[in-house]
Structures are given as structure tokens and as C-alpha cells.
Design a protein around this ligand. Sequence first.
Ligand SMILES: Cc1cc2nc3c(=O)[nH]c(=O)nc-3n(C[C@H](O)[C@H](O)[C@H](O)COP(=O)(O)O)c2cc1C
Length: 438
Amino acid sequence: MGHTGMARKQFHLSWFLSQGYGPKGWRGPWPGSDTARWMMPDLFVDLARSLERACFDYLIIEDSSMLPYQFNGSHDTYLKYAASTPKLDPSVLVAYLAQATKHLGIIPTLSTSEYPPFLLARLINSFDHVTEGRIGWNCVTSSNDGAAQNYGHDGQLPHDERYDRAEEFTDLVTKLWDAWEPDAVLLDRDTPMFADGSKVHVVNHEGRYFRCRGPLNAPRSPQGRPPICQAGGSARGQLFAARWADTIIADAGNPEAMKRYRDTVRRNAVAAGRDPDSIKVLFLANPVIDTTLAAAQERRRMQQADANQHLDMQLANMSRLTNIDFATFDPDEPLQGLETNGHQSALAKWIGKTPRQLGMNQAVKQGLDLTGTADHVAGIMAEMMEEVGGDGFLFFNATFDRRYVIELCDGLVPELQRRGLTRTVYEHSLFKDNLMAF
Ligand SMILES: Cc1cc2nc3c(=O)[nH]c(=O)nc-3n(C[C@H](O)[C@H](O)[C@H](O)COP(=O)(O)O)c2cc1C
């Protein structure tokens, strides 16, 4: 066996477009010259090009389907801060990002609670065709009753049943994706035979939640089954993810928690009859990079100060995730005895702390705190991956601007590449093949 250099295992990089296709950085120090045109794709196209220059695996576009109103029983706080609203439809953005890039994986969030399975399977299949194999699907179950009410329901199904339904949903979607055999299309003009009917199969799904005849009215797409991304954090959510996901995104606060999370994913994968290496677990991180450690720390301090100054914004975000109105509690009383049909894993971490403590930390609490120079942070990331075992990071900053993108893509990533930790070229044309390459 020859030794060909590079002893270190490479890891993956991805970007979470937190708070979806909406206004970014409009209150920050580098807002850009035309914040009123936030709905134009320009900033996101620049982001996608930068991510591709830095050889990221993928970009996820977060989404939800409501104007939140859970804090103080009103949408006012959300609108005041543009907190998780407004959001345009992520699929519209996908088309622009796809045109501007050649290699980057693009993952819109499309909820199993809101889309009919056929429509979702068809949309992703179409995207996979026009991107020539670079689309993925962030497969979520919606947690908020507000979204359910926009689609004619009183509220969401009970937490675990949402995942039972999502199992059947995803099974049906993948059956639709597989219904055309890879060689069904012949394009033989003499016979003539555009497609061979014996290689296109009716699905005839009859389940507990869905009925669908199938097949899709379009051929199998370049990836066939585009990568499925999942973020379920509860025990039930993690089982669902282990069954269906090609990549799992997780918010774990430190290397021990990351390792525990990833080990659980891998154990669950084996129990589900899958190769654990076929699931890439990427951890939410929120880097602040500057030319000196002191400058980076000062920027982190300013983020914290902004969070402290706008406690209502932080509490409103917690209310949105849990359907619990945090305006009704004494801000200095520890939380106890709360239950949610929303984000259970988030609420579990908040019990025992006061709303004020949580609110003050919320803005910077999410994701790993990676603060320093590019060199310093690259070193920390290397150590973390060594300890955890893989598989990479999911960068995000809810209020990013172009400066932030450049700091990561042209400051931090070259340091990672110099150390042999992340890719310098895309070796494959399909998103899935790049994701599974290491
Ligand atoms: C990094 C990350 C990104 C997520 N993105 C979305 C999203 O775009 N839309 C959504 O409805 N939920 C999103 N979620 C929520 C998850 O789908 C899931 O509901 C949440 O982690 C709670 O887990 P549970 O449903 O298993 O309790 C995200 C979660 C994480 C950790």
C-alpha cells in the first residue's frame, strides 16, 4: 500500500442560509447600498459564487411558511426586527443560484407538512435535471401551528406522528424518483421510440396518509435520488434521519456533544441497515474571523451586546420555535414544567434557565463559537474534527453581509485548504458524489 501524502481525513463545508430568502444584514455595519432590494437574488448569487470558489459542498436555504405571531400574541416584534420574516419562496432562488454556479450543491427546504408528495418529487426532479445533478432536499416536518393554519389545519400533528407521516411521505417521494429506469429514454427517431414504456413504472401507493398513482411525468434525473438533508434533533427525529438522510445538520455545542451526536447517528444507521459512512453529519458553526484575535473577540462582544439590547427579539425567536409565549413569564424566573409540540430538543436545553439568561445568549448561543484569526480558527476546526471523527461544518450567520462571506470564503477556507483539510477542486460533477467522496 503506497503512502501518497495527505494522512488527514478531509471534511466537508456547507452554508446554512438562516432565516431563508429574506433581508440580511440590513441593521448591520455593512448593509450594502440598496437594502430595499433585498428580494433580488444578487447577494445570494454572490454568496453562492463565493462558496463555489471555496469548494463548499452545499448551500441550504432555510424556510418556513408563516409570519410568526407567537410572542406577545402579535407579529409586531417579528416585523420590527425582520426576525424570521419576510421570506420569499426558496425554489425561486434555487433557479438563480443554479444559473450562477457549476459545482455547488443547492438544498431548498421543502416541508413534508405542506407540500403534497407528488408536487415535491416533481419539483426536486425538475431541479435536478436543470442543475445537471446538483440539487438536494432539506426534508423537514413543520413544527409551528401558524404554518398549519395557513394550509387549512388547526395545528400540527403531534410531534412523533409528524415523523410517522414524513416516513410515508419520503418513501413515496423516493419511489416516484425511482419510477423511471435509468435507460428508459431512448430518443430513437427511426423507430420512433422516445421512451420505452416497459421501463417506466406505475407506483400505485396506498398508504395511511397518502395515495398516489405515479409515475412522475418526467424521466429519472441525473442523481436519481438527490441527497436528502435532515435536522431532526429529537429521538424520533434522529431515527427518521438515520433512515433517510444523506447528510444530517446538527447543533451541538462542543466536541463531546458533537461526537455523541455523530456516534448516535452512526449507530442508528447501522440499525437501519445502512453504511454509516453514507451519512455526513455537519455541525452548525458561527465563525467570526478577523485579522487579529482581539479584533475578532471585539466583534463577538458587539454581537453579544446587540443581543442583550434586544431581549424581545431573542425571546420572540424562542416563542416561534416552541409556540410558547415567553412574554408571559417573569424574565428572571427559571423556566420549568414546559412542554412543546414544536422544537422539543431546543426547549429541553432551556429548562432551568431564566428567559433573560436565554435571551441574552440566544444570538450567539447557536452553533459552535469559532472566534479568531483564520489560522487560529482553522486549527480549532482541525482539532474538533480529529476528536469527533467527521464529517464537517455548516456555517451560518443570520445577519451576514458580503464582508462576512469574504472573510470565510477567502480568509478561513484557504487556511483549511493549505492544511489539506478541505477540498481544493470538485472531483465529481454530481453533488452526491462530491458529498460521498470522503
Ligand atoms: C441547522 C438546522 C436547520 C434547520 N432548518 C430548518 C428549516 O429550514 N425549516 C424548518 O422547518 N425546520 C428547520 N430545522 C428544524 C428541524 O427540522 C427540527 O424540527 C428541529 O431540529 C427539532 O427537531 P425535532 O423535530 O426532531 O424535535 C432546522 C434545524 C437545525 C438544527
